[in-house]
Write a protein that binds this ligand. Sequence first.
Ligand code: HEC
Ligand code: HEC
Length: 250
Amino acid sequence: MTWWRPGWSVVAAPVVLVALVAVVRTAHARDARDALMRADPETILATPALARTALALGHQGFVQHCASCHGTGGPDQARGMPDLTDGDYLYGTGKVAEIEQIVLHGIRSGDPRGWQLAAMPAYSHAKPYAAEPIPPMTPAQIGDMIQFLQFRHGTATDAAAAARGAKVYAGSGGCYDCHGNDAAGDEAIGAPNLLDDVWLYGGSPATLARTFREGRAGVSPAYAHALSPAEARAIAVYVADLARHGRHDG
Ligand code: HEC
Ligand code: HEC
């Protein structure tokens, strides 16, 4: 044949080899992703081969989709960013499947499958809460409520005000309904524990006043349309691992 010249195989062989390696690698990556989807999500971190795949893919996805808000996973109270490294969760208990649900459907994201059961009412508004008839608080009551929370943290300066705040907490304010009679929060609706030292927005009097006056409704976006199922699961595994080993850099 006229197109064949002896030296060609020297050029063609490496090209064919590189192409073959690429095909094998792609197939291998696809197998690894399929394995992630077949596995029980809670066992992935304990299975070295699956954990390696998930953490590499998950880190890449976290940097690309989550880091703009969550940074390296640590808290950011100015922006209401929860600490993903502390093992303390607003929703659920930190299972991979629970985190995966947040990655796919978000929190107050507009996706009907996301979390959106409750938000913090805005008590300086005439109608603090759209979903329930909760009455507003006066500025004096807001002051009392700050004293009440500070009392529970051992930093109150006015015991009488704290006692008045306690009454509003358990009565007209309706706080007990979401944060619990004991103020320890409710992970089924994302109502934070008000007694521990983990703050989403902060526990200073000025920040508390703003929380009570204006309300809070943090949003984590839904990624069901942007990620493959395996990518979403890998990111969830990576986030679950952040809490197990503390903060990762980069
Ligand atoms: C636009 C900013 C933003 C982006 C992007 C974002 N999040 Fe969030 N995320 C938030 C905020 C704000 C909250 C707190 C929501 C609340 O107040 O309930 C949150 C909450 C969470 C929680 C719940 C934490 C807890 O303590 O229960 C998880 C898990 C989470 N995000 C994971 C992710 C992952 C993984 C990604 C990337 C796929 C991501 N988020 C992308 C803003 C963001
Ligand atoms: C309808 C349910 C609901 C009611 C009623 C409610 N909260 Fe909340 N509260 C929430 C939710 C949900 C959040 C978290 C908002 C977010 O994630 O952005 C929150 C957040 C907060 C925070 C911020 C905590 C932090 O870590 O920064 C404080 C403080 C708080 N609530 C206190 C109160 C007090 C005091 C009352 C009564 C006056 C009250 N809440 C009434 C649901 C409620």
